[in-house]
Structure formats: C-alpha cells, structure tokens
Design a protein around this ligand. Structure first.
Ligand code: FES
Length: 163
C-alpha cells in the first residue's frame, strides 16, 4: 500500500462512519494528494458508503476543491485583508500574467498551479505567497511584481537545470 493511501485510510478509519464529516474527509484528502482524483473519490465512496455522484456534487459545489491535477509547484497567493491592502491584487495579476494562467489553473507545462487563498497567517509579511513543492512549503513575503516574477523564473530555471 502506498504511503498516501495509508494516510487516506487512516483518515477514513476516523471519519468513515461519522455523519456529516464528508467535507472534512474531502479537505484532508485534498491536503494529502493536492487534488481529488476519480480514484480518491471512488475510494472514499467505498469506505463511507456515500455514492460517488453525491461526493462529486459536494466537491463541485465548493470552490475550495480541486478536481484536476495540480502542477508540481502549488502557488498559494494570499488575497486576505492585510495582503489585499498591501497590493495583493497587483501581485496576483503579475503572477497570472507571467504564468498565463488564472486562479485555480495549471500551466501547460504542468509546473505551476496558481491558487488565490485567504489569509496564510503571516500578515506581517504582506503581501505574501506560499509555494508548496515536493512535500515542502516556502513562504515569500513583502512581494512586489518584480519579486514574484523573479521567484517564478528561479523555480523554472532550477527545474530546467534538473532535467
Ligand atoms: S492576509 Fe495575507 S497572510 Fe494574512
């Protein structure tokens, strides 16, 4: 059994029979995999007895759930209040333009998924983004448009060098 499936099963051991816990299960499953695949939803359905169609209904209703694979680097760009007043909209526009993707989209090369989020909990660094890659997370604060472009270019260059 792979590690991720083991984690999902542990989660389901705890919640499978708890009424009203589907959202929690989906949130945690997304935390494990980064998105909700057909296989994940089928597995949850099998363990909880909730029909897959119903799970899809819930997952598509809430914008927080991703039903498509995410890129290698998940950019969580904060649009919370502190970041908003410090220019998060501009930063978001710069990131979006630089990568040619909108919120919740993945670049054609599969490298980045852009995701606007609410407060990341480090408002003193506003405006902030966090990038999750290979199980680790890095926080970037006091962003400017130029800084965002540089960070993304640096990651792209590192990826290209690793090929
Ligand atoms: S509002 Fe962006 S980190 Fe809190």
């Amino acid at each position: 059994m792979n590690i991720e499936l083991e984690k999902l099963d542990k989660l389901l051991d705890k919640y499978a029979d708890a009424p009203g816990s589907l959202i929690t299960v989906l949130q945690n499953a997304q935390e494990i995999y980064g998105w909700l695949s057909e296989g994940t939803i089928e597995h949850i359905s099998g363990r909880t007895g909730i029909k897959a169609a119903k799970i899809y209904g819930v997952a598509t209703f809430y914008t927080q759930f991703r039903l498509k694979p995410i890129g290698k680097h998940l950019i969580m760009l904060c649009k919370g209040t502190a970041c908003h007043v410090n220019g998060a909209d501009d930063i978001a526009a710069a990131a979006s333009e630089h990568l040619s993707v909108a919120d919740n989209e993945t670049t054609a090369d599969g490298l980045f998924t852009l995701n606007y989020v609410a407060c990341l909990g480090c408002c003193s660094l506003a405006p902030v983004m966090m990038i999750r890659s290979d199980g680790g997370e890095e926080t970037y604060g006091s962003l400017t448009n130029a800084k965002v472009r540089q960070i993304l270019d640096d990651i792209r260059a590192k990826e290209a060098a690793a090929e």
